[in-house]
Ligand binder design. Structure first.
Ligand SMILES: [Mn+2]
Length: 200
């Protein structure tokens, strides 16, 4: 049986940004990312590497204003590309979770590729406001944007952590791995849609 390639490609252009995202869910973690926001590139690199997704992201955004539109629009395109790559969701695990520590910080991520967007997110308050050009309040905004387009239920919790870089990075690592587990093909479920409703 030949399986359709699980790839997504989204181009999104507005007056604020121009974004290209390409993703292959069955990749090897080959990543080529440039958004103009160094720390965000580092996070998207985590997503591809630990998700074992091949991921290309090229964003040309209005960084002369700030990094907000660039970060948000990239997350929207990424969510849309991920949804596209999931295709009919037949034969996948659907649910995934992963807990990842990064030194003193811990992230717990649980995902359901449900077809319905819902985000629950908690992280320590009073984090350092900026990591390079990355505004740390954008992490929730990235997750919201990704969830809205990917149409998934996503719960991300950081029960403790001190260093802002660690707090954000462990979230992306755990997200990557949870998305990988949920989107992976279940060898016992070939040809089966993981829903009693008959739709996902
Ligand atoms: Mn916004």
């Amino acid at each position: 049986m030949t399986r359709a390639a699980r790839v997504g490609r989204v181009e999104r252009t507005t007056k604020e940004t121009s974004v290209l995202v390409e993703i292959n869910l069955d990749g090897t973690g080959k990543v080529d990312v440039s958004t103009g926001v160094g720390f965000y590139d580092h996070m998207l690199d985590q997503l591809g590497r630990h998700g074992l997704f091949d991921l290309t992201v090229k964003t040309d955004g209005d960084l002369h204003i700030d990094s907000h539109h660039t970060i948000e629009d990239t997350a929207l395109a990424l969510g849309a590309a991920f949804r596209q790559a999931l295709g009919d969701k037949v034969g996948i695990y659907r649910f995934g979770n992963c807990t990842v520590p990064l030194d003193e910080s811990l992230a717990q991520v649980t995902v359901d590729l449900s077809g319905r967007p819902y985000l629950v997110h908690t992280e320590p308050e009073n984090m350092a406001p900026m990591i390079g050009a990355y505004d740390t309040t954008m992490t929730r905004h990235i997750l919201e944007s990704f969830v809205a387009q990917a149409q998934i239920a996503l719960h991300v919790h950081v029960p403790y952590g001190r260093n802002a870089h660690h707090i954000v990075e462990c979230q992306f690592k755990a997200l990557a791995r949870a998305l990988r587990y949920a989107s992976e093909r279940d060898p016992r479920a070939a040809g089966i849609l993981p829903s009693t409703k008959g739709a996902l």
